[in-house]
Design a protein around this ligand. Structure first.
Ligand code: PRP
Ligand code: URA
Length: 209
């Protein structure tokens, strides 16, 4: 069963509140999302396995720790997921990056695929899918399905704000995928927007409205 991790560190909650305010502009919105993504990245990568490695400091020999073998990939769901990529990359600079392009049809709210470019060895990697908004869950579920069709078996979903409907859907369709969120909001409105949410994440990141 999917584990739901709500990362409610005070720094994250504080930054998220500023992001939610309607008067916060694109520049601050982007910067805060970047900062939160790096902070969330600590939790998403908390259980990565370590192995001993012999090294030499300027003073003596010692046994240090290194992350063992497990290679990572970051897969943002375009567009808004891009806003969570750089924070994670700062933490894991060697991670490869794939892109999945999806947009929600305005009437049906169902996701439509328009792009998919993934690292060739994606199936050997621990994949962190990023998207700030988990609303109906359609986009995240489709992205995860596409990754599984390409052989991925270790997938984590990192979002900022989730609605109960979207969380339930991911848990049902992909019980093997852990979800990481900074907040669980109340419900979806008639346009399938998260309430209270933060509005349209893509538009706020890229200033398109
Ligand atoms: C938004 C958001 C998610 C999706 C969430 O993308 O970034 O990808 O909606 O909704 P869901 O859980 O109901 O699928 P949008 O379709 O607005 O595209 P954009 O990121 O390009 O703006
Ligand atoms: N997509 C967004 O950007 N915001 C929502 O609240 C729901 C879907």
């Amino acid at each position: 069963m999917t584990r739901l991790h709500v990362i409610n560190h005070p720094m994250i909650q504080h930054k998220l509140t500023i992001m939610r305010k309607k008067e916060t502009g694109s520049k601050d919105f982007r910067q805060l999302l970047d900062e939160i993504s790096m902070l969330m990245g600590y939790e998403v990568t908390r259980d990565l396995p370590l192995e001993d490695v012999r090294i030499e400091t300027p003073v003596s020999k010692m046994t240090g720790k290194e992350i063992s073998g497990r290679k990572l990939a970051i897969v943002p769901i375009l567009r808004a997921g891009l806003g969570m990529m750089t924070g994670l990359q700062t933490l894991v600079p060697v991670a490869k990056v794939g892109h999945i392009g999806l947009y929600r049809d305005e009437k049906t709210h169902n996701p439509v695929v328009y792009y998919c470019k993934l690292p060739l060895d994606i199936q050997e990697r621990l994949v962190i899918v990023t998207d700030p908004m988990l609303a109906t869950g359609g986009s995240s579920c489709d992205a995860i399905r596409m990754l599984k069709e390409r052989g991925c078996r270790n997938i984590r979903l990192m979002c900022l704000v989730g609605a109960p409907e979207g969380i339930e859907r991911v848990q049902k369709e992909h019980p093997d995928v852990d979800i990481y969120l900074a907040a669980v909001d109340d419900h979806l409105n008639e346009n399938a927007y998260i309430v209270p949410g933060l509005g349209d994440a893509g538009d706020r990141i890229f200033g398109t409205k």
